[in-house]
Design a protein around this ligand. Structure first.
Ligand SMILES: NC(=O)c1ccc[n+]([C@@H]2O[C@H](COP(=O)([O-])OP(=O)(O)OC[C@H]3O[C@@H](n4cnc5c(N)ncnc54)[C@H](O)[C@@H]3O)[C@@H](O)[C@H]2O)c1
Length: 344
């Protein structure tokens, strides 16, 4: 199998590339990544010398660059993970999300079609369904009702992928995963941000009352689900992938504080994110039945392992935290802060 992975230097992409090279000997993996602020090439250091691995720096909106790599490498399948992925950034500046996530996905699909690629796997998200009432678990037939510019761009990409299947007969599989966590996640995202802030003794912003509920999926479980969907998914099918580990954001952050022997005084309740979905809930039975996929990682021990990983890898995340717009968001959070409810 000759595989092109877009966004392979990202959090999920790098976990996927590592998994494939470890568990599918003989496969060739070419990573096509623009190396935006979100990329962490360090996450692939262990496979740099692997002769089955190749890297091309490129932008998914660049059709000639995609055509060239697809042809030169004789690519048989594409796993499309490249995206702008942070909801806060999409609120502050939506255009790059449209560019990369919507236009970029359609360019990847078109290039794959022209190159007669056998299958394209598109990474979507549970956020495309919008907020779920308590007890509601959306199956893959539920309407898409995205709330943020990020999730709207992902829903557009998701629909474009299905349109390419129905219109041009392209073999497309779409995976809608829930919130991932684990090593190498950029410290702008909730779990690593909270760990990083706690390790530095700095305030941890909590949106609204912190009662938003997410289903937490370990990145290695997600990578295995993507591989299963690539290998045994039905052409044209959509698969929800969730761990059934639903927790409130505040509960997650409190668990992290406990694991780091810090108290609640670091919590800073700030004005809620505009358009913030209260809860995500997916029914992942189709992936379980058709892909024979189940999450292997239990949330609590895997969270502890994640905390220890961040403790041991400060040299990687600390420069990202100080140099990145995560700090800008923090001042934005401070500006919008309605009340400091530290210790609540
Ligand atoms: N992280 C999650 O919890 C989660 C959940 C569900 C779905 N997803 C989806 O999974 C995919 C991967 O997410 P992630 O968290 O690893 O993202 P990430 O932000 O960590 O990584 C994105 C990668 O894509 C690259 N990239 C960005 N724009 C590009 C462009 N124009 N051309 C080529 N490369 C580009 C970046 O350099 C980076 O390496 C995304 O499509 C995301 O929407 C993520």
């Amino acid at each position: 199998m000759r595989l092109l992975v877009t966004g392979g230097c990202g959090f999920i992409g790098s976990a996927f590339v590592r998994l494939v090279l470890l568990e599918r000997p003989g496969w060739r993996v070419v990573n096509f990544d623009k190396l935006t602020y979100a990329a962490s090439p360090e996450s692939l250091t262990e496979i740099e010398g692997n002769r089955d691995y190749g890297f091309v720096r490129g932008d998914v909106v660049d059709r000639p660059a995609l055509d060239e790599v697809l042809r030169r490498e004789g690519i048989e399948a594409v796993v499309h993970l490249a995206a702008e992925s942070h909801v806060d950034r999409s609120i502050l500046g939506p255009q790059v999300f449209v560019q990369t996530n919507v236009l970029g996905t359609s360019v990847v699909l078109e290039a794959a079609l022209a190159a007669s690629v056998r299958r394209v796997l598109v990474a979507s998200t549970d956020e495309v369904y919008g907020s779920a009432e308590p007890g509601v678990f959306f199956d893959e037939e539920a309407p898409l009702l995205p709330s943020s510019p990020y999730s709207a761009s992902k829903a557009s990409a998701d629909l474009m992928a299905q349109a390419f299947g129905r219109t041009y007969g392209l073999d497309v599989v779409t995976v809608r995963s829930t919130n991932n966590y684990g090593p190498w996640q950029h410290p702008e995202k909730l779990i690593p941000l909270a760990i990083a802030r706690a390790l530095r003794g700095e305030p941890i912003p909590i949106y609204g009352d912190g009662g938003q509920r997410r289903d937490w999926l370990h990145v290695e479980d997600n990578a295995r689900a993507l591989l299963a969907a690539l290998e045994v998914g039905r052409a044209g099918a959509v698969y929800n992938v969730g761990a059934g580990a639903e927790r409130e954001n505040l509960e997650i952050v409190r668990s992290l504080l406990r694991l780091l022997a810090r108290d609640d005084s670091l919590l800073r309740f700030v004005a809620d994110r505009p358009g913030h979905d209260r809860r995500y809930g997916v029914d992942a039975r189709r992936a379980q039945v058709e892909l024979d996929w189940r999450p292997r990682r239990e949330l609590e021990p895997a969270l502890e392992e994640t905390v220890r990983w961040y403790e041991q890898n400060r040299a990687w995340w600390e420069p990202l935290l100080t140099a990145s717009p995560a700090e800008r968001f923090a001042s934005e959070w401070e500006r919008r802060r309605v009340a400091s409810k530290a210790g609540r």
